[in-house]
Design a protein around this ligand. Structure first.
Ligand SMILES: [Fe+2]
Ligand SMILES: [Fe+2]
Length: 193
């Protein structure tokens, strides 16, 4: 039994594995490993970080129709419907994780909601840990990944700042539309880290 899931970690692993490709499940396990390390370095409950990491992409392989139905049924912000899987699997995914896996820890659900865009206000340490572990798990190989890991291991908040600056830069370079919350996150962390 864990504090955050009604069953063992092994049972949670099986539930998660069943809902995604092997590729994504392996990513989730690597996020778990790095999240546990960052949690122990930052005085975050390790089991809470482990559960958050295992479930963070739980809903990523759902259809657009399923996400849109949840947005309607749960009366989530109707503006969400204009976006896509990249945004939905966090914000809407948290609802699916709650309903299907019975996970009701507020901090875990918020960390899942914030894992792709961060938040433009205070983020819990747990949320920062998940945000950074997803970005820097050992399968990641983008240019600068080693620098990003060093920055993050010195200061979690500096890591959050590094990630959001580089993500916004990449989106601008690709001339991609940017979800407004990503800009809010950018503005906040430039002033707070
Ligand atoms: Fe994700
Ligand atoms: Fe992920």
């Amino acid at each position: 039994m864990t504090k955050y899931f009604d069953g063992s970690i092994e049972e949670l692993e099986q539930r998660v594995a069943k809902k995604m490709s092997t590729y994504r499940y392996q990513h989730s396990l690597r996020v778990r490993d790095y999240a546990k390390q960052l949690a122990s370095e930052n005085n975050v409950d390790i089991e809470q970080a482990e559960v958050a990491a295992l479930v963070h992409d739980y809903a990523k392989e759902r259809t657009d129709e399923e996400f849109l139905a949840v947005i309607q049924d749960k009366h989530l912000d109707p503006d969400l419907a204009k976006w896509g899987n990249y945004i939905w699997h966090g914000v809407v995914g948290a609802e699916i994780i709650h309903d299907e896996l019975g996970i009701d820890d507020r901090d875990i659900l918020n960390a899942v909601r914030e894992h792709t865009t961060g938040a433009g206000s205070e983020m819990t340490l747990l949320s920062q840990v998940l945000f950074m572990a997803d970005y820097l798990e050992m399968g990641r190989t983008f240019p600068g990944v080693e620098t990003a890991r060093q920055v993050t291991e010195q200061s979690l908040a500096a890591g959050v700042r590094y990630q959001i600056v580089h993500t916004v830069l990449r989106l601008v370079q690709k001339e991609t539309v940017i979800y407004p919350k990503s800009i809010t996150t950018y503005n906040y962390w430039l002033q707070h880290a």
